[in-house]
Design a protein around this ligand. Structure first.
Ligand SMILES: O=C(O)CCC(=O)C(=O)O
Length: 245
């Protein structure tokens, strides 16, 4: 499904594009079920099939320690791999990254915000981590697996911030995060609440964040980062990426 001219204009203006209901409800349900299994396995101390992090406040505030993040599930799990390769996503990614023929799965992550204790993800540009050049040759597709609301930690964006270029970032929270370190005031972020199954495509320079989950409902999302073969990255080699098309 090619993006419309209006969608391309909106992405170029704002640095992000919301496409509702792009992911089939059955795929959303399957991913949620897989996350529940991984949550159970992590609590039981079973050998983890994927790299994961636990929510720091989880042990203190919840009955069980809660998963906060999975790293690169598509490398080992065909379910994640098939969702990352959803043709409707790849069509949009291909157009928004400049029409490169060879599209690679740069990396993927599941961001989970467990009820009551999900922590914030500070404001950042993805390319402060990924170092893809040119910046336009990569993109993130953030897939909501739960309804993401202002109460449970939906994404917030600074519209147009991708036009600032890659700004200096500093490390914070024991080097877990990077956040802009600039000497000018940044415009206000806007909240972007979305329904489960919605995809938000964002430019690698779009400044975004998500707030803590203070609600009784979880907020889980699968973020897939793509790069086309016209790109280079000094932190990741093509051999470590999965070819998609
Ligand atoms: O889901 C979140 O809370 C953060 C997501 C994010 O920063 C990203 O997808 O780049």
């Amino acid at each position: 499904m090619e993006p419309t001219r209006e969608q391309i204009r909106s992405f170029n203006d704002d640095g992000y594009l919301v496409v509702e209901d792009l992911i089939d409800p059955a795929a959303v349900a399957a991913l949620r079920a897989r996350l529940d299994e991984l949550q159970e396995a992590s609590v039981a101390g079973a050998d983890a099939p994927v790299k994961f992090q636990l929510e720091k406040g989880g042990a203190a505030t919840a009955v069980k320690p809660s998963l906060r993040k999975l790293d690169e599930p598509a490398l080992t799990d065909p379910l994640f791999r098939s969702v990352a390769a959803t043709p409707a996503i790849l069509d949009i990614v291909t157009t928004l990254t400049g029409g490169g023929v060879h599209l690679m799965l740069y990396s993927d992550q599941v961001f989970m915000k467990p009820a009551f204790c999900g922590s914030e993800k500070p404001l950042h540009q993805d390319n402060s981590y990924f170092k893809v050049t040119p910046h336009t040759a990569g993109i993130t597709c953030w897939i909501a697996l739960d309804d993401a609301t202002t109460e449970n930690g939906c994404l917030h964006y600074i519209p147009g911030s991708h036009k600032l270029g890659l700004v200096k970032h500093r490390e914070m929270a024991e080097k877990m995060h990077l956040t802009p370190d600039v000497d000018f005031p940044l415009p206000t972020e806007v909240a972007v609440p979305v329904r489960a199954g919605t995809c938000i495509f964002h430019h690698l320079l779009a400044m975004h964040s998500s707030k803590a989950n203070r609600s009784a409902l979880p907020r889980r999302a699968y973020a897939v980062h793509y790069a086309n073969r016209s790109a280079e990255s000094c932190v990741r080699s093509w051999d470590d990426m999965l070819p998609l098309r």
